[in-house]
Structure formats: structure tokens, C-alpha cells
Design a protein. Structure first.
Length: 141
């Protein structure tokens, strides 16, 4: 009997740890509008990275964009949280890489804090927005 109680207790503890480390949703789709001078929205590993992890085009007609972020695959761990750096930029020569002199926005960090099970969009030296569903609207002007 003690063996069964031990197995059940261990299973409950294991499931608690696994579920505590799962994000509230597996992907987030951030969409909105931005300046017409930008042609891409991209995820970068860091602010100095040239090659994006992933990119989406920005509409030249109305500045509309949509970027889906896979929390497990597109974010990198740092201390007690995970993050990716989302930026708006103008790919002047359409080579898919950020070259010197191409206009780029400040960092927009998408961060997941497993201990609190919260996800935020943090604008560099700006406001922080809690993301509470798998779709989030954000206009960047």
C-alpha cells in the first residue's frame, strides 16, 4: 500500500513541475500596424544579430503585420526567464539580413517568466504589456 501512495505522490509532484514549466499557450501571434518605412518584422537572438531567427513582411499598403512566436522554439533562456527580441526594420536590399544603415526600431522583448507563468512584451526603455491570450494586438508608431 505504501508503494502505491509513493507512486501517486511522485506522479503528482512530477506533473506539478511539468505543468508549472509550461507556458500559458504554445504560440503567440502579435499583429498590428507600424510605420510604412519598415518592410519586415523579425525575431533576433540579440540586438547585435544580423540574421533574424524568423521574419514576416510588413504590408507596404497599410503597415499591417503579423508575427507568430513559438514560445519553446523561438525564445532563448536567460536566468529565470525566456525571451526573444522582436524588431521592425527596413530591408533595403531584400537580402534578409540586417545590414549597417538599415533603419531599425528599438528592441521589443517578448518574455516568458515560468515561475509566474506570465508573458510580456517589453519595449526597450518603454512600457511593458502583459500578454494574456495567444493573440495580441500591438501598434508601433
Amino acid at each position: 500500500m505504501r508503494y502505491y501512495v509513493f507512486i501517486i505522490s511522485a506522479t503528482i509532484m512530477f506533473c506539478s513541475v511539468v505543468f508549472a514549466q509550461s507556458p500559458p499557450f504554445s504560440t503567440i501571434t502579435i499583429s498590428g500596424k507600424t510605420k510604412s518605412t519598415f518592410t519586415k518584422v523579425s525575431l533576433f537572438e540579440s540586438g547585435s544579430a544580423r540574421a533574424p531567427i524568423k521574419s514576416e513582411n510588413i504590408s507596404s499598403w497599410d503597415g499591417g503585420y503579423s508575427m507568430t512566436i513559438d514560445i519553446r522554439n523561438d525564445m532563448r533562456g536567460k536566468g529565470d526567464y525566456y525571451y526573444t527580441d522582436m524588431r521592425f526594420w527596413h530591408d533595403k536590399n531584400s537580402n534578409g539580413a540586417r545590414d549597417p544603415g538599415e533603419p531599425i526600431s528599438e528592441c521589443h522583448f517578448i518574455m516568458w517568466f515560468p515561475a509566474a507563468n506570465k508573458i510580456y512584451l517589453q519595449v526597450y526603455q518603454g512600457p511593458r504589456y502583459e500578454i494574456t491570450s495567444s493573440s495580441f494586438k500591438y501598434d508601433y508608431n
